[in-house]
Design a protein around this ligand. Structure first.
Ligand code: ADP
Ligand code: MG
Length: 615
């Protein structure tokens, strides 16, 4: 028997609030909920029986989203926006394939987030994604006949802080409270019931081939905790490439002039749609036949498979790399989960099964599996399923800049999140009241080779001699991958904190590139770090010695002052020459010169201190 919650103060029946799961895809988006009666996750569908909403927005007299907007892709390309997910959290400098988009991306500042121009107006990817989310929200409200304001949204496992934050912001703009952002492969695993039993330990490979993107993720689950071991993929490879291969074959078979064809947009679109239809038919049948421009078109399944073999092979190469990075063997993979509409192609299923040497899971609808998992996660958050926690890892190290431009890592890459880390720092100068704190992401030893996420000035440190203040810098990385940086002077309790909302994002290629660079430059980096450390030390010694000469001039002879100045000059030359060994030699030389008078001053200080004191 179900309990009915009643609000005692008003005497009304309290509606349990629905939390929906949303798959905000590059090609298609959809929304799912836990069915109140069956308690199973279901994708919501309108009367048209379609669960899928194409992630397309058309700006006409009004704004339309989904299937209605898709029709304008060819007839009104400039005002029709697709693949917006590719632009989330990116700067113009991040966009690798600007030609891919038929709409206008504004190129004003390399480091600013991109904007899209539609007519006279400019939209951010966040705003555009919010239109899709708002449409999904409205759709859910219409179907469920209740208010929908809370959700879980899925994102690719490799999304960085900026992209996660952008997705959250899009939800907010659409009037949704985003309770959690979860990884698509994690959601897919949940939809297969993996992870809902906390006693199970499993290694899972999630193969996700969508319209224009491919992702392979290796996860492990133990004690009810998901962990991403590795991710790989190709952000420009998917089912669209199968369509293109067919399109090109049809053009050749029919002896069409490609230039002439492309000039006729309507005919081009017809052939494109026919290509996609052929692909879908060949997922079930052995032959496809149709007509185009009065000519007959035929293609067999084996001909189609020969066409797409090189494309599928590319994904298998990526699987190999992901498996290698996860440090697991094929035998150690317990489950292979297939996600994305393009995994309906039998050749894809066969090649993935061959690679992992086991059967692959295709029983849950590959279009819906991610949204269904998001709905299950929403149910967990609503408190209906206990004992499940979701965990991710951070793809790149996070740290701050220390003296000499060195990177001091607080949270190493691949740390499980949420996580916290702290370290103490101090001042370099007497009475120093402020400290510049710059936060970086990356694997290199010099911050200039890494990516700056944010910076702020920690001020109001009470006046103290150099080295005395204890400034604790604390990094808190939450479950959504958002970083909070807190600085606190422990003696005085003065405190300041910021939330890092990175100004720009990294593509997965860039993450890969940065990791590669850190490996190939490791040797050089060690040398650089040693040089920077020697130079910083030398500069500090020069500062201290110069101060000493002024403060204690009565104890030091003119000859000693001259010698000291000469030794300081020699150090400066060595620093300029970036010669670590020479710097160390010259530092030693200066120490030799200053030792006698430093000792004299010391003795005098001790004598002064003793004067008049009773022992
Ligand atoms: P995304 O995750 O990028 O939003 P989807 O998972 O929705 O994309 O996959 C969309 C792709 O799946 C399209 O290229 C579409 O043509 C393809 N697709 C859909 N149904 C089939 C099918 N029956 N056989 C082969 N491919 C299919
Ligand atoms: Mg998808």
């Amino acid at each position: 028997m179900a309990k009915i919650p009643i609000n005692i103060s008003t005497g009304t029946i309290q509606q349990e609030e629905i939390i929906v799961g949303i798959d905000l895809g590059t090609t298609n988006s959809l929304i799912a909920v836990i069915h109140p009666d069956t308690k199973k996750a279901v994708a919501l569908k309108e009367v048209d029986q379609q669960t899928i909403v194409p992630s397309i927005i058309h700006f006409g007299e009004s704004i339309s989203v989904g299937t209605d907007a898709k029709d304008y892709l060819l007839t009104d390309a400039h005002n029709t926006i697709y693949s917006i997910k590719r632009l989330m959290g990116k700067t113009y400098g991040d966009i690798e394939n600007a030609d891919y988009f038929s709409y206008k991306i504004i190129d004003n500042e390399q480091k600013e987030l991109v904007k899209i121009q539609v007519g006279e107006k400019f939209y951010s990817p966040i705003e555009l994604s919010s239109f899709i989310l708002a449409e999904l929200k409205q759709r859910a409200e219409h179907i469920l006949k209740t208010n929908v304001s809370k959700c879980v949204i899925t994102i690719p496992a490799y999304f960085n802080d900026a992209q996660r934050q952008a997705t959250r912001d899009a939800g907010k703009l659409a009037g949704l409270e985003v309770l959690r952002i979860i990884n698509e492969p994690t959601a897919a695993s949940l939809a297969y019931g993996i992870g809902t039993d906390s006693s199970v330990e499993k290694n899972i490979a999630v193969y996700d081939l969508g319209g224009g993107t491919f992702d392979i993720s290796i996860l492990t689950i133990s004690n009810g905790v998901f962990e991403v071991l590795s991710t790989n993929g190709d952000t420009y490879l998917g089912g669209d490439d199968f369509d293109k291969a067919l399109f090109n074959k049809f053009v050749a078979d029919l002896g069409l002039n490609e230039e002439e064809l492309l000039a006729n947009k309507e005919l081009t679109q017809q052939l494109r749609l026919l290509s996609e239809e052929a692909k879908k038919v060949l997922s079930k049948a052995d032959h496809f036949s149709s007509e185009f421009a009065g000519e007959k078109i035929v293609i067999s399944k084996s001909e189609f498979e020969a066409l797409i073999l090189p494309i599928v092979n590319k994904t298998i190469d990526r699987c190999k790399s992901a498996l290698q990075d996860s440090e697991l063997t094929k035998k150690e993979i317990d489950v292979v989960v297939m996600v994305g509409g393009s995994t309906r192609t039998p050749l894809v299923q066969k090649m993935v099964a061959d690679f992992f040497e086991q059967e692959v899971n295709t029983s849950v609808n590959p279009d819906e599996v991610v949204a269904l998992g998001a709905a299950i996660q929403a149910d967990i958050l609503a408190g209906n399923t206990k004992d499940v926690l979701l965990l991710d890892v951070t793809p790149l190290s996070l740290g701050i800049e220390t003296m000499g431009g060195l990177m001091d890592v607080l949270i190493p890459r691949n740390s499980k999140i949420p996580t916290q880390a702290g370290r103490e720092y101090t001042t370099q100068k007497d009475g120093q009241s402020g400290m510049d704190i710059a936060v970086y992401q990356g694997e290199r030893d010099l911050v200039s080779d890494n990516r700056k996420l944010a910076s702020f000035k920690f001020s109001n440190i009470p006046g103290m001699p150099a080295g005395l203040p204890k400034v604790e810098i604390k990094f808190t990385l939450n479950a959504d991958g958002i970083l909070q940086v807190n600085a606190k002077e422990l003696r005085s309790g003065v405190e300041q904190s910021i939330e890092v909302k990175p100004q720009y994002g990294l593509t997965d290629e860039e993450v890969e590139q940065m990791l590669m660079a850190s490996l190939t430059n490791a040797k050089e980096d060690i040398g650089t770090r040693a040089l920077v450390e020697a130079s910083t030390e030398a500069e500090q010694l020069i500062m201290q010695t110069t101060d000493f000469l002024v403060k204690h001039k009565t104890f030091i002879t003119d000859a000693e002052v001259a010698q000291t100045k000469e030794a300081i000059e020699a150090i400066k030359v060595a620093v300029n020459e970036k010669n670590k060994d020479l710097i160390q030699l010259k530092v030693e030389a200066l120490n030799e010169i200053s030792r006698p008078y430093a000792e004299r001053v010391m003795d005098q200080a001790v004598a002064n201190a003793m004067k008049g004191q009773q022992i």
